[in-house]
Write a protein that binds this ligand. Structure first.
Ligand code: NAD
Ligand code: UDP
Length: 314
């Protein structure tokens, strides 16, 4: 049994990861400041003797009273509206917070995995994106707190590995969706499903010609665990290469929801990447990992989840 710290463990991906790690028989310490996460996501784990929740902001140092074997560092808001809400806090989570977690890993001789992102590629000029592409990121725009924050986090990981021999893993996560996404998260999957289920207008930003590639959360969690338990210390893309224009994706969700929603076209946010699709050859070769859930199947499960949640869930 390993003792595993999951920061951001009450969030969307983090709560699924906690479930998987507890199920494997590990002792899981979930650290979260509940900014975008929610105790509802982990209620079912709170009485489990293999699970512990600590409300804590990783911007402040964290001291563990148990020997930590592995750290998954997911603590950072992921939706543009949330990471832009307090951009300086987002930068702090990705700098001070990451330094705190790397310091903890160094002290405990723990292996640490960073939840990096496809956003390190910015508005990519290489398509699909390979890990060797350095990206096209605006350091001075509304997304930079997140994009540059995640880039400096990768640099910190690299330097802690080089200077202090910390055992690092870096997952570059592409758009991930599934049950437990928060209803008011503001990201495309939850927005479109909630709008469709209420037969409201579905809000496509711009002309909807920008593309994204969508990975179901169980696949992503399997990829994170495989990466953590591999000997791969270079960045690895994790995502599902099934690529859609946002307009086609809106039509698909309306159809799968059986909705009568109309599509409306709103202003495209500044610096919204034009296209995004992972090249997952590295994950396939080094981790023998492949996404198994098709977008149609994953959306059906996600729509079913959103049908069950009450209006009180945010
Ligand atoms: P989320 O917003 O649901 O989860 C983030 C969690 O971190 C929340 O529970 C939040 O309360 C917590 N948190 C935020 N700042 C914190 C801090 N300073 N200290 C402690 N806890 C803090 O988002 P998610 O989709 O689950 O994303 C999880 C991680 O994966 C993030 O690091 C995100 O950048 C990364 N990621 C996600 C996606 C995606 O499509 N979901 C894509 C790329 C990368
Ligand atoms: N988007 C949209 N309507 C929405 C929410 C998002 O058209 O209601 C678009 C957004 O402009 C972007 C894509 O969907 O092009 C994915 O947005 P999201 O916020 O989910 O994540 P991103 O990949 O941009 O970080």
């Amino acid at each position: 049994m390993s003792t595993i710290l999951v920061t951001g463990g009450a969030g969307f991906i983090g709560s699924h990861l906690c479930d998987a790690l507890v199920k494997q028989g590990n002792y899981v310490i979930c650290v979260d400041n509940l900014f975008t996460g929610s105790k509802e996501n982990i209620t079912h784990l709170l009485n489990n003797p293999l699970f512990e929740f600590v409300e804590h902001d990783i911007i402040n140092p964290f001291f563990a009273d148990k020997k930590i074997d592995q750290i998954y560092n997911l603590a950072c808001p992921a939706s543009p509206i949330h990471y832009q809400f307090n951009a300086i806090r987002t930068i702090k989570a990705n700098t001070l917070g990451v330094i705190n977690m790397l310091g903890l890993a160094k002290k405990h001789k723990a292996r640490i995995l960073q939840a990096s992102t496809s956003e390190v590629y910015g508005d990519p000029l290489v398509h699909p994106q390979v890990e060797t592409y350095f990206g096209n990121v605006n350091s001075f725009g509304p997304r930079s707190c997140y994009d540059e924050g995640k880039r400096v986090a990768e640099s910190l990981f690299f330097e802690y590995n080089k200077e202090h021999n910390v055992d690092i893993r870096i997952a570059r996560i592409f758009n991930t969706y599934g049950p437990k996404m928060s209803k008011n998260d503001g990201r495309v999957v939850s927005n479109f499903i909630v709008q469709a289920l209420e037969n409201k207008e579905v809000t496509v930003y711009g002309a909807g010609s920008q593309t994204r590639s969508f990975c179901f959360v169980s696949d992503l969690v399997a990829g994170l665990v495989a990466l953590m338990n591999s000997d791969v210390s270079v960045p690895v893309n994790l995502g599902n290469p099934e690529e859609y224009t946002v307009l086609d994706f809106a039509k698909k969700i309306i159809a799968l929801s059986g909705a009568s929603s109309k599509i409306v076209f709103n202003t495209l946010p500044k610096d919204d990447p034009c296209k995004r699709k992972p090249d997952i050859s590295r994950a396939q070769q080094m981790l023998a990992w492949n996404p198994a859930v098709s977008v149609d199947e994953g959306l059906k499960q996600t729509i079913a989840y959103f049908k069950t949640i009450t209006n009180s869930k945010s």
